[in-house]
Write a new protein. Structure first.
Length: 394
């Protein structure tokens, strides 16, 4: 019997501690202050005040990245400070996902640094050099933007890798549970069909010997054998019942899931799911398992390929058909392109065909995904189609 694998430790992204963040902020403010001090012999008091304000604002750059950057623009325009505007631009690029905003901010930073001040001393002959200086400063401003976006992508990738590892661990656990359930079901069948049958024959023969034996000692031995056989049969029936239940609540295995298990599946899926509609009563076990496996595979795909998305499970039925539709919204976090075998969706299609139905899946117009199972309503009475099929998620 396959043993349930022990969960492997999952990698977690290393968060920056509060003390480390404060130390970095303090060093950055000190570096910006040193940059201002270097310009003291050339700046006016107004310029010094603006530069000091921009340096002090760097301490709040993580909480208010855009206001801090806007506050650094006057310092870049009126003086020659470098550290404060570039640090504010880097923080904004690290925390913001708006590419257009970052482009505008980088252009504004380069323009503020390239614009000569005061404007009264600006001559028409300086336009060429001003433009050349703007181009170089724009390239300089692009560096912290690219660096901030790279750090943001690295952080998103670390979070996504953790989610992928959790999804894989969840799949490994489900696979181990399904293997264990099949082995228990096979063992239960063997015990019921072979062992119980043979023990029953022993009890019958012992009973016949107890009645027909002329020797009292033989009759007593036959009676003992018969009683032990009956006791063994009772214990075997109990063991078969436990094996077919697959351990019940202890192992939480569901080798033969039904619609009654759908709520537990949704609650343990790890994503936000809403359940709508209902199916008519009295549908057969194969149809219930098909609906369950469709929802199971769809929610597993949402967890793997649409991080942060929400899903809706809609049960529906009409006069001639019934089924389930699982729709999820677009992902709210970056998604890594991962190879997939698509065997789960293929298995769902095969299961639907074996029940004289159909299965379809594909993206929606808003960037989400939809999976739909359709089954004829005539299969609900007996729960059988042209076959039994295999579970897509097994």
């Amino acid at each position: 019997m396959t043993r349930r694998p022990r969960p492997r430790p999952r990698p977690m992204p290393m968060p920056v501690s509060v003390s480390t963040a404060r130390l970095v902020d303090a060093l950055l403010v000190a570096l910006a202050a040193l940059d201002v001090w270097w310009q003291l012999d050339r700046d006016t008091p107004v310029e010094v005040v603006l530069s000091v304000a921009a340096c002090a604002a760097l301490a709040m750059r993580r909480r208010f990245p855009l206001p801090v950057f806007v506050l650094s623009l006057p310092a870049a325009l009126f003086s020659s400070v470098v550290v404060a505007p570039l640090a504010a631009l880097y923080t904004l690029a690290e925390l913001s996902r708006d590419r257009r905003l970052l482009t505008v901010c980088a252009t504004a930073s380069a323009a503020a640094s390239a614009m000569p001040w005061p404007l009264s001393e600006y001559a028409s002959d300086d336009r060429t050099w001003t433009f050349v200086n703007f181009v170089y400063l724009l390239a300089t401003a692009a560096a912290p933007v690219f660096l901030g976006q790279l750090v943001q992508a690295r952080r998103d990738a670390a979070v996504r890798l953790v989610e992928i590892e959790e999804a894989r661990e969840h799949e490994r656990l489900l696979h181990a549970q399904n293997v264990l359930a099949r082995e228990r079901a096979q063992l239960a069948r063997e015990m019921h069909d072979v062992v119980s049958h043979q023990v029953s024959l022993i009890a019958v023969r012992a009973g016949a010997l107890q009645v027909g034996a002329p020797d009292p000692g033989t009759r007593e031995a036959a009676r003992t054998i018969r009683e032990l056989s009956v006791t063994t049969l009772d214990e075997l029936r109990h063991m078969v019942t436990l094996l077919r239940a697959s351990g019940g609540r202890t192992t939480e295995l569901t080798p033969q899931p039904t619609l009654a298990d759908l709520r537990q599946l949704i609650d343990t899926s790890g994503i936000e799911v809403s359940l709508e509609g209902e199916l008519p009563p009295g549908i057969g076990a194969p149809v219930q398992r098909a609906v369950y496996r469709t929802v199971q595979e769809a929610l597993t795909n949402v967890r793997k390929h649409a991080p942060g998305a929400t899903a809706t499970v809609q049960l529906w039925h009409r006069d001639d058909e019934l089924g389930v539709t699982v729709t999820n919204t677009p992902p709210t976090r970056p998604t890594l392109e991962l190879p997939g075998s698509q065997q789960g969706l293929i298995g769902l299609g095969e299961r639907a065909e074996n029940l004289d139905g159909s299965f379809e899946a594909g993206p929606t117009t808003d960037g989400g995904y939809r999976a739909r199972l359709r089954l004829p309503a005539t299969t609900t009475a007996t729960g059988t189609g042209t076959g039994t099929g295999t579970a897509a998620a097994d």
